[in-house]
Design a protein around this ligand. Structure first.
Ligand code: HEM
Length: 192
């Protein structure tokens, strides 16, 4: 996984997450994330590695075809193409990170940062003038398209039906865990 050449990608260089590793462990148990799932995530990473641009085309197509979502990438219904392009690079890296990184303190720290970037730190990383926050309701509901759309890509490299199913389930667990961590800055202090 390449890192440094992506503007604004600051994995390993962000503040410590307020969530403890003990709580992370309980969240992993809650989404039923097993050692086997971790192996299937790595398998998914190898399957998806050279398909990230195609995946991003699908995801950006989904956002682009829903004006109520697209508007978050701009202001006054004007899309900021530079902003879209800049975030897209970090999004591609995130797919690889989700598959290959170990879910440890450093990973949690960056998840907290991404949560902030959808809320109080939105627009800062790219220095853009766009709508100030992503609304909470879409952060959660986006789990469905981000999960559902990955399956055809997982099935594209000749893996067995069982392997595709296992990669898909591991991906769903990983995305749910990830988005739960991103919710931290959205919820009332003391309620996470
Ligand atoms: C940023 C994924 C929900 C719009 C990002 C990044 C990732 C990501 C990986 C870049 C993180 C980085 O800076 O390294 C996701 C996932 C979501 C989700 C997995 C839910 C499951 C949404 C929704 C919208 C949205 C619903 C609304 C269209 C944005 C925008 C940024 C961003 C505008 C740039 C934020 C900034 O200014 O730094 N997202 N996102 N995201 N996402 Fe999301």
């Amino acid at each position: 996984t390449q890192t440094t050449q992506i503007p604004g990608y600051t994995y390993g260089e962000v503040a410590t997450s307020p969530v403890s590793e003990a709580d992370l462990d309980l969240l992993k148990q809650t989404v039923l994330l097993s050692e086997e799932d971790v192996l299937y995530l790595q398998m998914a990473g190898r399957v998806l590695e050279d398909q990230t641009e195609n995946i991003l085309d699908v995801w950006y197509g989904f956002v682009g075809s829903h004006p109520y979502l697209a508007q978050y990438f701009g202001k006054n219904d004007q899309l900021n193409d530079a902003y879209l392009a800049s975030v897209r690079k970090r999004f591609g890296q995130w797919i690889m990170d989700t598959c290959f990184r170990s879910y440890d303190q450093q990973w949690m720290n960056y998840q907290h940062e991404i949560g902030l970037r959808h809320l109080v730190k939105k627009n800062q990383t790219d220095g853009v003038d766009a709508v100030p926050i992503i609304h909470f309701r879409y952060l959660v509901t986006f789990i469905v398209p981000i999960t559902a759309t990955i399956k055809p890509f997982l099935a594209r490299k000749g893996n067995s039906v069982g392997e595709v199913e296992n990669m898909y389930n591991a991906w769903f667990k990983a995305i749910t865990l990830t988005v739960a961590l991103w919710c931290y800055p959205y919820v009332k202090e003391g309620t996470f």
